[in-house]
Design a protein around this ligand. Structure first.
Ligand code: NI
Length: 181
């Protein structure tokens, strides 16, 4: 089931999301719905707050990169209750967008690699390291669980320039080809 995506201005995007337990109701269905919602909107990642749920869960699927990078496109994961264990001091700049902030894309600095602990859909614990693009996507989605958005990381000058656009999204003056709330 495709869920509406909550856009900039919705309070749920600014909440610190809560951990969930393995008996969270209909967890597998929610994961499926989040994937369906993300793929339908041509996204590469989606965090639960973006579908209105302030819980610590995110999905990532890089199928959209199949043409440019078939190897990377195979990457698909769900992370439940993730905890960032380490981040490299070295940061790299890259372009980001967000399904909750339609029509805006900006350069953002992110740690080049990360070490993260998370639980999969069966609540098995994993500790893994990621780098480059995947590390960037995870950091972006992880931020959603902390109530932070990529536009918070944009340099002050650029942030000033996108302020009107952000305000328009908050007022509902935005068009996109997927269902939003
Ligand atoms: Ni996002």
């Amino acid at each position: 089931m495709i869920l509406p995506i909550y856009t900039y201005g919705n309070a749920v995007l600014r909440k610190h999301a809560e951990e969930i337990s393995s008996d969270y109701p209909d967890l597998k269905k929610l994961i499926d719905d989040m994937y369906e919602t993300m793929y339908h909107a041509d996204g590469v990642g989606l965090a639960a707050p973006q579908v209105g749920l302030p819980i610590r869960m995110l999905v990532i699927g890089l199928d959209a990169l199949a043409e440019d990078n078939p190897e990377l496109a195979k990457f698909k994961t769900v992370m439940i209750n993730p905890v960032m264990l380490e981040m490299s001091e070295e940061e790299v700049e890259g372009n980001e967008g967000c399904l909750s902030i339609p029509g805006i894309s900006e350069k953002v600095y992110r740690a080049e690699w990360i070490k993260i602990k998370y639980y999969d859909a069966d609540f098995n614990e994993h500790i893994e390291e990621f780098e480059d693009f995947i590390a960037r996507v995870i950091q972006h989605e992880y931020d959603h669980l902390e109530g932070s958005l990529f536009t918070d990381h944009v340099n002050p000058l650029r942030r000033q320039m996108i302020k009107t656009k952000l305000n328009n999204i908050a007022k509902g003056k935005v068009q996109c080809d997927y269902k939003i709330k």
